[in-house]
Write a protein of this length. Structure first.
Length: 390
């Protein structure tokens, strides 16, 4: 096992009606004037916004609102949010929504005290040194942004989708009421499930030996998703299944499953080019890319994939031919993706073969910058993975 630092400062308030605690939590973490950041209106239609505002008012907190976050959140709204916070003296950003809203809130929180352009954090020109606190009321189990230090933003003028990381933008609290996710359309539930699985698989496929505990944690999160997601797709109001999925989404990405091991992340970077160019849901892009990546790197360590097949998918181990077992695991993953209504190829997300060269270029991969750690991928490899996903 590798050395590691595990820092998880977020207070998780989990369960029914926990949004009524929003005001008390903002006060506990030092907020007095709050920017409420949200998306295209699902939180208003569901009545959640009213309940959160009542809670903030009951705690005597002042608020300004900024809605309009789009899936694959854009830089333009981040600039607007930074401007509003400075003008209004906001000292706390509250995200109500899924990963896109949380990521936009994090970028605003880091941008407010920064003298330069906030995009410098995403282009690698600056490191986040300060941020105002971010709190979350989560409505979608997917990105794990409620417990991560990551923000992913798309720059509008050139559709460049980039991530930044800092402990300083980890939310100070995350309110997680599984009942809030019952209104999700089935497609969003499925996309969320795929993202959760991908966050685990990026960590599971590692070259670090003797990480038995985190291997088993990864397998537990994956099997939980495989069992619980079909339950909520047939019974959207199944609170307990929603609760298991929501907590799995947090565990998948706050790095408790990744501590002490090398992590890959090539599939995420390859996918980000797809969601940037075609504005598809991140989870749908991952459904297309992850099996293709698996087929491409399979022979690097067939036993790793055979373990995945046996422990996660319940396949029988073929000791004479582990590669056969390994392939069976990938097939079961593909069958699961299809069964929850997600695409497996470019056609399913409207992507075009003709754009592969462009996506390889914008991914920035070259002789000196490769993707992944399980298998290090150059430009030709990334292009081959896109082709396998055709
Ligand atoms: O805009 P609203 O009205 O909120 O509607 C959203 C949106 O249309 C809707 N939705 C959310 N909760 C709902 C609901 N509809 C009905 N009922 C509810 N309870 O769902 C749609 C998708 O929302 P979005 O926030 O975009 O989804 P998700 O949570 O999957 O976030 C995706 C973004 O997160 C990034 C992705 O790249 C993508 O930009 N990621 C962020 C990560 C992080 N910060 O750690 C890691 C991930 O790997 C990922 O890259
Ligand atoms: Zn993801």
């Amino acid at each position: 096992m590798n050395n590691f630092t595990f820092f998880s400062p977020t207070c998780f308030e989990f369960g029914r009606d926990t949004e009524s605690r929003t005001g008390a939590l903002v006060k506990r973490f030092g907020g007095s004037k709050v920017l409420i950041h949200y998306g295209s209106g699902s939180v208003i239609r569901s009545g959640l916004m009213n309940r959160v505002q009542s809670s903030l008012q009951a705690s005597g907190l002042d608020c300004v609102l900024l809605g309009g976050v789009q899936p694959n959140p854009r830089s333009g709204l981040v600039y607007e949010g930074i401007e509003i916070c400075r003008r209004e003296g906001v000292d706390f950003v509250l995200a109500i929504g899924g990963g896109s809203t949380i990521d936009s809130a994090k970028a605003i929180a880091a941008g407010v005290p920064h003298m330069g352009d906030f995009w410098e954090f995403f282009s690698g020109k600056a490191v986040i040194g300060k941020a105002i606190p971010v709190g979350v009321v989560l409505t979608l189990a997917a990105a794990g942004s409620e417990g991560s230090g990551v923000s992913v933003i798309t720059r509008e003028q050139d559709s460049l989708k980039r991530a930044t990381y800092s402990d300083l933008i980890k939310p100070v609290f995350a309110i997680m009421n599984p009942a809030l996710t019952c209104t999700l359309p089935p497609y969003q539930t499925a996309c969320g499930a795929m993202d959760i699985m991908a966050h685990v698989m990026e960590r599971y496929f590692t070259n670090t030996p003797d990480v038995e505990l985190t291997d088993r944690l990864c397998e537990a999160v994956l099997t939980t998703i495989i069992e619980q997601v079909p339950r909520v797709l047939s019974h959207p109001d199944d609170y307990n299944a929603r609760a298991n999925i929501m907590w799995a989404g947090m565990l998948a990405h706050n790095d408790i499953c990744g501590a002490g091991r090398d992590q890959d992340w090539a599939s995420h970077k390859i996918e980000h080019e797809l969601s940037a160019l075609y504005d598809v849901a991140h989870g749908a892009g991952l459904a297309v890319i992850f099996p293709a990546w698996m087929k491409y790197v399979l022979e690097h360590n067939p036993m790793r994939f055979a373990r995945f097949a046996v422990k996660v998918w319940g396949c029988d181990m073929d000791y004479m031919n582990p590669l056969r077992t390994a392939r069976e695991g990938i097939s079961r993953l593909e069958a699961f993706i299809t069964s929850i209504g997600l695409p497996l190829n470019f056609a399913g997300i409207g992507a075009r073969e003709a754009d592969i060269e462009y996506m390889v270029r914008t991914s920035g991969v070259n002789e000196n910058f490769k993707l992944g750690s399980y298998v290090s991928l150059g430009a030709a490899d990334v292009a081959a993975i896109y082709r396998l996903a055709l």
